[in-house]
Design a protein around this ligand. Structure first.
Ligand code: DGL
Length: 271
């Protein structure tokens, strides 16, 4: 167990915007009694286009804020930030909290269930050009072939429109790339993409599995808390949602994820 932690301390989750809500929702499903703090860095959306150094600076500052809120676990609920800043955030946080990313749980799932398969990957410029999935998959020595394509405009379009038919045109263009043909499964390498999972699935044969990391990560967080004896077993759970810039689209989309009314608070982290 981590020193001085108690199960009632919150789980801190962050992303550039609404994408991490797909993961937050899965965590609530698997761990309904946990207290959550969500930080959407809407002031810097999209992360996918930013330099590695910029994303690292954002991520460390957000991690610092989540530590001040006494989070027992910090989840980087963004592939771009997981690719660019996980090692740095882990080092910064040290033993003050458990730090998790959204990539490693998916790699573990591929190792167990997708040996020798042909896997397609879509994600932001930052995630794909980091080659982090490729490196981790190659290290598995599981005979998995990975091909990928940058689908850069998708996260911003989802942030703006949510699950809207206008996105179909972008998807047709992106998913028609040769790298994404002849695959057994497609990894949604951006936490925004589960919002449009059904649209993506429609463009593939039913035999192509769409791998949505949100549920996989929700299960991994539960396992990690169990392992550290930090599962919150009693009491009323609370959820707090902070935004670095208040946006109408975040407010509207956030409502779709949780039945209860969500109170969004502007947290001027960059002022
Ligand atoms: N949802 C994020 C990801 O998983 C970030 C998307 C963006 O802000 O570009 O990569």
């Amino acid at each position: 167990m981590k020193p001085n932690h108690s199960p009632s301390q919150p789980i801190g989750i962050f992303d550039s915007g609404i994408g991490g809500l797909t993961v937050a929702h899965a965590i609530v499903t698997h761990l309904p009694k946990e207290n959550l703090i969500y930080f959407g860095d809407t002031a810097h959306l999209p992360y996918g286009d930013k330099s590695t150094a910029a994303i690292q600076a954002y991520a460390v500052k957000i991690a610092h804020m989540l530590l001040q809120q006494e989070c027992k676990l910090i989840l980087i609920a963004c592939n771009s930030a997981s690719a660019a800043a996980y090692d740095l955030v882990k080092e910064y946080v040290g033993s003050k909290a458990i730090v998790m990313n959204v990539i490693d749980p998916v790699i573990q799932r591929l190792k167990v269930n997708y040996r020798t398969k042909r896997i397609g990957l879509i994600g932001t410029k930052q995630t794909i050009s980091s080659h982090i999935y490729k490196k981790k998959i190659d290290n598995l020595n599981a005979g998995i072939t990975l091909t990928s394509h940058v689908t850069n405009l998708l996260a911003s379009a989802i942030e703006e429109f949510g699950d809207h038919p206008i996105i179909d045109a972008l998807l047709k263009e992106y998913l028609n790339q040769p790298e994404l043909h002849d695959i057994d499964a497609l990894v949604l390498g951006c936490t925004h993409y589960p919002i449009i999972k059904d649209r993506i699935a429609k463009l593939y044969a039913p035999s192509v599995e769409i791998i949505d990391s949100s549920d996989i990560v929700g299960q991994a967080v539960k396992k990690q808390l169990e392992k550290n004896r930090l599962l919150n077993e009693g009491g009323q759970s609370t959820k707090r949602f902070y935004l670095s810039d208040y946006t109408e689209s975040f407010a509207n989309n956030a409502k779709l994820f949780f039945n209860e009314t969500i109170q969004l608070e502007h947290y001027p982290l960059w002022d």
